[in-house]
Design a protein around this ligand. Sequence first.
Ligand SMILES: NC(=O)C1=CN([C@@H]2O[C@H](COP(=O)(O)OP(=O)(O)OC[C@H]3O[C@@H](n4cnc5c(N)ncnc54)[C@H](O)[C@@H]3O)[C@@H](O)[C@H]2O)[C@@H](O)CC1
Ligand SMILES: Nc1ncnc2c1ncn2[C@@H]1O[C@H](COP(=O)(O)OP(=O)(O)O)[C@@H](O)[C@H]1O
Length: 450
Amino acid sequence: MRALLPTTATLPLFDVAASRRIEARALVHSPDLMERAGLAVAKLALATRRGDGPVWVACGPGNNGGDGRVAARRLAEAGVPVHIGNEAPTHPSLAIDALLGLGLNRAPTAAMLATFAALQACGAPILAVDLPSGLLADTGQPAGARAVRADHTLTLLTLKPGLFTGEGRTHCGRIWFDDLGIAPDEPATADLLGPSPAPARSPTSHKGSHGQVVVVGGAPGMQGAARLAARAALASGAGRVYAELLGVADDEPADPGRPELMRGRATVLPQAVGVVGCGAGARIADALPHLLKALPRLVIDADALNAIAAEPALHGLLRARPVGSTVLTPHPLEAARLLGRDTAALQADRLGAARELADRLACTVVLKGSGSVIASPRERPALCASGGPALATAGSGDVLAGWLGGLWAQQPDASAHAIACAGVDTHARAGEVPGVLRAGDLVERLAGHA
Ligand SMILES: NC(=O)C1=CN([C@@H]2O[C@H](COP(=O)(O)OP(=O)(O)OC[C@H]3O[C@@H](n4cnc5c(N)ncnc54)[C@H](O)[C@@H]3O)[C@@H](O)[C@H]2O)[C@@H](O)CC1
Ligand SMILES: Nc1ncnc2c1ncn2[C@@H]1O[C@H](COP(=O)(O)OP(=O)(O)O)[C@@H](O)[C@H]1O
């Protein structure tokens, strides 16, 4: 058993169907899985209970409840007072949520919701078995009005996508993992990203070795977004970074605070990686047909995504681009516009939505937000569990777009999917600070990583 985040390597994620197949095969040679699960829960309970009061174990009707009952027995054997039931004992030292796990298949009943509420009100830390009750393992969405908000979640046998995306992170608390001694014997449903190394820099390299980026955006009043993207591209180590600022006279500097940045035009930089759309306003729609046809590698963000959503003709140009040459970085609202649905429906299945969008537009899609999803046609999707609410501030998405463009400029042979996986995770890790991280400061933290 181990605490999982921050991840130190890429790890496999398995959805409910895959987890059940793995479990069924494992049970043939290891029929004592539930004993192992319960023992692991009991061990973590001993480490996380607060005080000497009884451990409350709330057990559901299925095997999740079975795990809870084994844990209760093990705790009792260790001399810990245990209370099994749907109502809290007096002054519990810990509450174990063993109500519902992988078998959640409908909105919780009123009686179940009442037990959730009692868990939440009992005053003890909550340890969820496998996943917080009421949370769907595939999507990280509550199946009904509410799911348990645990302080710790001990996930068993496999890691499930819903722990890390959607509402997963708010419900799981600290995530622990015990594989119960079983090695998964089928390909993962998705990858949970580990850390990525910075691009290598040869001792004899020069700026021409590290590629070019052109950021197209910065309409009147929104230059900051384009400048943040350009600064991030520069911080990644790109050799030359140009800003095509739609709202700034040609003889003005690209960024008075960052003299390394240059003015430039995508039309005369045919080898540059284009980072298109940051603070670009509606005018970007006119430039997009040329950009989509001319630039060999593109990161498309913000207003450019909205322009594409509004103009079906641009879908055809996107789809006509070479495989692996385009990354789209929508936040949930932008992704919802591109798919023609509402944000809540999109968030209800982030992994599915990102895959659908990637297939429809033949692009790599980074669906941003807690548990960013990276999906590309014919690739296994990836989930990023790094990052946190310090990134929930204006401009952090512009920084991501520029960072991806800068990484790609330096690694022209890398696929869009590989660049997106590496860049999203590094950007998110740089954002793991208490409080809020201003986007300009995020760039400085990223510069430390390059
Ligand atoms: N069988 C084993 O050896 C192992 C089992 N494990 C545990 O088993 C769990 C899966 O067990 P199950 O497949 O029995 O599923 P669960 O125990 O998660 O739930 C299934 C039961 O809950 C009911 N239910 C579903 N949604 C409900 C709702 N909204 N309100 C009220 N009741 C609802 C179902 O009708 C069924 O009776 C895993 O999450 C894990 O905790 C793992 O520990 C791995 C090993
Ligand atoms: N709670 C959070 N947890 C993890 N990452 C977050 C969170 N909130 C925001 N982010 C990240 O911050 C960035 C915000 O991007 P975006 O919404 O486009 O902002 P902006 O348009 O202001 O630049 C994305 O990379 C997103 O994944």
